[in-house]
Structure formats: C-alpha cells, structure tokens
Design a binder for this molecule. Structure first.
Ligand SMILES: Cc1cc2nc3c(=O)[nH]c(=O)nc-3n(C[C@H](O)[C@H](O)[C@H](O)COP(=O)(O)OP(=O)(O)OC[C@H]3O[C@@H](n4cnc5c(N)ncnc54)[C@H](O)[C@@H]3O)c2cc1C
Length: 407
C-alpha cells in the first residue's frame, strides 16, 4: 500500500477540523485533512454564534462579513418576553451572529486551504493503530503517517468506536431538529429562544425552541431537548418542531419549511479525548455546552489549542491537550451536565425558569451563565452566581443522578 508521511493529519473538515488545520498550516506544518462528504456539505445546526464563538472566529482571523450580525437574545418563557443585549465590556465581543453552516464551514475550510492544508473531499479516513498508538490514517487504499492525528469527526461514529471516544453512558446528551423557512423578519437582530416547550403529552421539555434569523430571507427554526427528561426515548422531534412552528408562525410570518426538517445528536461527554499519537476535538470530544447546545465555539477553540500544542511539541501535545482543554472547559461542562439533570424534573424546570427570567437583571445573568460568557473569576453578580451555583450543583451531584427524571 502506498504511504505518505506528513506532519499532521486531520479527520473531519467541520469547524473543529478546519480550525486545527488552519492553525497548524499557518504555523508551517504540512497538513492533510480528510472529509467523507463533498465540498460545500451542510451540517444540521441552528447556525447560531454566541459572542464567544465570534471571539474564536476573530482569533482565527475569519472575517464575518457574510454572517448576519446579532445584538442579543430574546428569551421567552410563557408570557414573559425579555430582549437582552449580549454583555458588553467583558473578554468577548459584544455581538453574536447567525451564519448558515453551508457558508460558515466553506469559509472555514477555505481558510485552511489558503493556509496550505491539503483537503481531500469524499474521502473517508480511519486511524491506523499500532498497539495503542495511532500512527496515521488509511484513506482510499493509501496510508498516511504523521506524529499526530486530529480526530474531528463530529458526533460519535466508526472512528469513535475504534478509539473509545464514545459518550459516557451515564451522562446527558441532546437531540435537536431544524429546518429553514422564509420570514419577513429574517433580518431581526436577536436570536429568539422559547424556553417553555412541551411535548405532545404536555411534559415540559428541558431544552428550547429557536428562531435564528439568517439575514438572507430565511430563518433557522429548530427545537432541541436534553436526554434527562422523562419520556426522552419516545420524544417525537418532528412533532416538537411542528408544535413550536405553530406557536411562532404568526409572529414571524413564517413560510413553509424550505426543506425536510433534519435532526442530529449533540454529544456532551466523551470517554477519552486523547491517546498516543492522537487527540479528539469538537463534537468528537463531547465538547458541547449542555446549557444551550452550542458546539461551534468549542470546536474552534479546541482545534486551535490542539494545533498550538502540536506546533510547540508534537510528542507531548496529546497529553498537554487533554490537560489544557480540561482546564478550559471541564468545570463549566460538568456544571452544565448537572444542571441538565436538575431541569429534567418538570417541577424544577418550571419554577427554575420562573426565577431565571423573573427580572431583567436575573435574566441577564442567566444569559451570561448559559452562554459560558462568565467564569468564577468574572467580577460582579454573574461571576458570583456562577460560582455559587457551581458549588451547590457539585454538592448535589449524587442526588441529581439518583433522582434523574429520564425514562
Ligand atoms: C440541530 C442542531 C442545532 C445546533 N445548533 C447549534 C448552534 O446554533 N450553534 C452552535 O454553536 N452549535 C450548534 N449545534 C452543535 C454544532 O452543530 C456542532 O457542535 C458542530 O458542528 C461541531 O463541529 P465539529 O467540527 O466538531 O463536527 P462536525 O461539524 O459534525 O464535522 C465533522 C465532519 O467529520 C466528517 N467525518 C466524520 N467521520 C469521518 C471519517 N471517518 N472520515 C472523513 N470524514 C469524516 C463529517 O463528514 C463532517 O464533515 C447544533 C447541533 C444540532 C444537531
């Protein structure tokens, strides 16, 4: 079998893989990226970018001219409507965006190609293992070897099975569905999230319905739910979306779906995210925020981090990556997972929501906490509340798991 040696191999050309490839190629590495899909592939997504994600795109030097600018979030809980601006003056930009994935992902992978990465489309790649070490990949009957392989394959599939990166059985995950429709309000400057969805049996759903205006004549309409709810296995996502569409149809002047609604998984944990010769990034590493389902930012950040560490020292990169990505995200993500057990209980969800959107000030804090726009070092009320919630949820963790609502 023909064999080619390069510096870095990347499996998957979504946001995570593209960010890793761009960063490494700009740093002078010889990078080959494989994606089994054709160029211009779509990804089932809400297309929403928080200020944190805009910050990551800025760091990667991706211009946002093609994206629709978003000033804040309209939070809806029953009859309460709060229009909240993104926080100003923190370490992230004060605006978000909506950027349909077909175009966002093309812009990202074009940047990788421009930086010198060699992108092979319609090419499935699988890791080659020698003992417990990944020495490269096999693709199209050819071998490619490299000191490090980056696994950016999205929600777990064949590669996750081979490397043991599947989600942790006991931890929550999400499912979400989305479609596009025309709307006269396509250029609205706010993301809209309805936090009080119910399933067809009237059970409150931990999750939300969204209207994300794309600024191109269309809106991305979708709904997502966490696996911690009772009856999750029987939840009909198409019905959930149709019911939500009926709620918003009039206020948004919504046209029919432009394509069949499509659903996909949101992995929120991984059994491992590194090993000898490889790292997993983005969804492949379970890096999705359980509080809002956001994963693009985590893909970009983990991709850039993996490549920075690779450029610094290929031999230590996998271990360093696991430590540093953990320091950056594990605390927040485990708080988010605990929170998702909590809101799996209908009573807590109902009353918690009442509190979370009860006043403008508290709703603003909810927005910052859910968007991972604060951490325990953030000054002010949001930082203090996050820190307190974090401690309380950690203490309650065993109880939350024992009393989980899911069935
Ligand atoms: C309905 C829905 C709505 C969402 N809304 C949002 C949102 O509004 N904002 C947000 O930030 N996040 C959202 N997310 C999450 C977001 O879509 C993901 O977190 C994000 O796409 C992760 O990027 P990634 O690069 O890790 O993986 P992906 O974008 O899934 O890319 C993985 C790539 O790997 C390729 N691949 C897989 N296996 C192989 C192989 N063996 N060989 C070659 N190629 C392979 C695939 O073809 C694919 O192109 C949503 C998710 C869902 C399901």
């Amino acid at each position: 079998m023909p064999s080619t040696a390069v510096d870095l191999l990347v499996i998957g050309a979504g946001p995570a893989g593209a960010a890793a490839a761009t960063q490494a190629a700009r740093g002078g590495a010889n990078v080959v990226v494989f994606d089994k899909a054709p160029y211009g592939r779509d990804k089932v997504c809400g297309d929403g970018l928080t200020p944190r994600a805009v910050g990551a795109l800025n760091e990667l030097g991706i211009p946002l001219d093609d994206a629709h600018h978003i000033d804040g979030l309209r939070m809806i809980a029953n009859s309460t409507v709060r229009e909240l601006p993104w926080p100003d003056g923190g370490r992230f930009p004060n605006h978000g965006a909506v950027w349909p994935r077909r175009r966002l992902d093309a812009a990202l992978i074009d940047a990788a190609t421009e930086a010198g990465a060699d992108v092979r489309w319609e090419t499935e790649a699988l890791p080659i293992l020698e003992g417990d070490t990944v020495i490269g990949v096999e693709a199209n009957g050819e071998r490619y070897t490299a000191p490090m392989t980056v696994v950016a394959t999205g929600a777990p599939g064949a590669v996750a099975k081979m490397l043991g990166t599947e989600r942790v059985e006991d931890e929550p995950f999400g499912l979400a569905i989305r479609a596009y429709a025309e709307s006269p309000r396509h250029a609205d400057a706010h993301l809209e999230a309805c936090l009080t969805l119910k399933d067809e049996h009237g059970t409150p759903v931990p999750g939300y319905g969204w209207m994300f205006p794309a600024g191109d004549g269309t809106v991305n309409i979708g709904a997502g739910a966490l696996s911690t709810m009772k009856g999750f296995k029987k939840l009909n996502l198409n019905t959930l979306l149709d019911d939500y569409r009926d709620m918003v149809q009039e206020t948004w002047g919504l046209g029919p779906y432009l394509e069949r609604p499509r659903a996909w998984r949101l992995p929120m944990s991984a059994q491992r995210r590194h090993g000898k010769g490889w790292v997993a990034i983005g969804d492949a590493a379970g890096l999705i925020n359980p509080m809002n389902g956001e994963g693009i930012d985590y893909g970009l950040e983990s991709g850039m981090l993996a490549s920075d560490l690779f450029l610094a020292d290929a031999a230590t990169a996998p271990e360093r990556y696991d430590i540093e990505v953990g320091e950056r995200f594990d605390g927040f993500l485990s708080t988010g997972r605990r929170f998702s057990f909590l809101i799996g209980h209908p009573w807590i969800l109902k009353n918690g929501l009442r509190l979370a959107v009860g006043t403008e000030a508290i709703a603003n804090i909810t927005l910052q906490v859910m968007g991972n726009l604060v951490d325990s070092s953030t000054p002010g009320a949001a930082g203090r509340i996050f820190s307190l919630t974090d401690k309380a949820l950690a203490t309650a963790d065993p109880l939350l798991r024992r009393t989980r609502a899911a069935a």
